[in-house]
Design a protein around this ligand. Structure first.
Ligand code: ADP
Ligand code: MG
Length: 371
């Protein structure tokens, strides 16, 4: 049972939409919330008791957040290693430092997943053009190259389909570290969201089926229409044996055209593909994260109804904003970000349905982006 009483403070590093939705769960349960974020108008500023406006690299401000919190968590993964290790040593940060530090770096992340015994797509760290050429000689085209750190929503990625792409690509090997990965012809992408409490109780959410466009999550269907739940759970358990997890985390998987399942990457925090859980499940991923951090017993998750979640990027919001609330069955989430950009995640909508195919047709017409 938690040693943190009602009215205790949960500190969250990062005040984007994930921080906001985490805060909403914590507030509902009766906890206080403190948030640190570099942006003055961070979405979670509206959902906390204390807001610290500071960069993630500001050690003193992070210490201030920890001082006023009974337990500290993060929605932002790229915290400096030295700072994070010190915070973990001095304050109550149940997630620890080592897992997130491994997952910050795609090269270390892939090595850890492989060492855990799960299948991953062939990859190699490539330090220069010669290394990339020899990776391509060994595995063929197409390949995708990704920066080892700092990438998200397809940022820092480049697909090389042909020899001509390769000749034209000017990859800044001096400015960043890169991994090359075999680019799969995907049959499907799925993800499994799991929560583990500090004392080790585990609960899983339903397997999610994800469609990306331009490397950004476009929509999620839960439960996935193809059932790889047992295979995915097996991989997640292998990963949990090898790495320390507390709180909610999501493993993203690829399924290739031969039906093989590969782990793509792991997010040690709430994940976009599990936003549907707010409406469709007995507890949301955000509830699960708070319960797990505080070491409350983990409930078994039940899904009430099938769900479809569509992301609202800036250009979707431009098109749909006037009619968002004309669809009474849309559960609308708008994060409250001030700077709207075409490919920026501004919100999402979730629909519960007994007929996924019909609902998908209806949604596709509204969300067509001409891609
Ligand atoms: P991010 O950190 O930006 O989420 P990912 O590695 O998950 O990076 O890549 C984003 C998306 O790009 C994936 O969900 C998938 O749709 C596509 N992608 C990435 N790597 C591959 C690959 N090796 N083969 C096929 N598609 C890929
Ligand atoms: Mg991803």
């Amino acid at each position: 049972m938690s040693s943190i009483s009602l009215g205790g403070t949960i500190g969250i590093i990062g005040g984007g939409q994930l921080g906001k939705m985490l805060a909403q769960s914590a507030l509902r349960m009766g906890y206080r919330v403190a948030i640190l974020d570099p942006s003055e108008d961070a979405p979670a500023r509206a959902t906390c008791h204390t807001f610290i406006h500071a960069p993630f690299s500001d050690f003193e401000s992070l210490k201030q957040l920890c001082e006023l919190s009974d337990v500290v968590t993060y929605e932002f993964e790229n915290i400096d290693a030295h700072i994070l290790r010190t915070l973990v040593h001095d304050y109550n940060v149940p997630q620890g430092a080592e897992t997130v530090l491994t997952l910050q770096n795609r090269d270390l992340e892939k090595a850890a997943i492989q060492a855990a015994g799960a299948d991953i797509v062939p990859y190699q760290k490539v330090e220069d053009k010669d290394a990339l050429d020899s990776f391509i000689d060994a595995h063929g085209l197409p390949v995708i190259i990704k920066t080892t750190t700092g990438g998200y929503d397809g940022k820092g990625q480049m697909v090389i389909e042909t020899e001509a792409d390769l000749a034209e690509a000017s990859i800044p090997f001096d400015e960043a570290e890169w991994v090359a990965e075999k680019y799969l012809r995907l049959e499907r992408e799925v993800s499994l969201t799991t929560a583990r409490s500090t004392s080790g109780q585990v609960t899983h959410f339903p397997l999610q089926e994800n469609l990306h466009k331009d490397q950004i999550l476009y929509r999620t269907i839960a439960p996935s229409r193809i059932d790889y739940t047992e295979e995915a759970k097996r991989a997640v358990h292998q990963i949990m044996e090898a790495m320390h997890f507390v709180g909610v985390f999501t493993v993203e998987f690829f399924i290739d055209r031969d039906g093989r399942l590969y782990v793509n990457e792991i997010a040690p925090r709430p994940h976009n593909s599990a936003h549907h859980t707010i409406e469709s499940c007995s507890i949301s991923q955000f509830d699960a994260h708070i319960l797990a951090l505080l070491d409350h017993p983990m409930p078994e998750v039940r899904q009430h109804q099938q769900a479809i979640m569509m992301n609202l990027l800036g250009d979707d919001l431009d098109r749909l904003e006037d009619t968002l609330f004309s669809q009474p069955d849309w559960h609308v989430h708008v994060y409250g970000k001030t700077g709207r950009k075409p490919a920026r995640k501004m919100g999402h909508v979730t629909l519960l349905t007994d007929d996924v195919d019909t609902t998908l047709d209806h949604l596709e017409q509204k969300f067509i982006r001409g891609v």
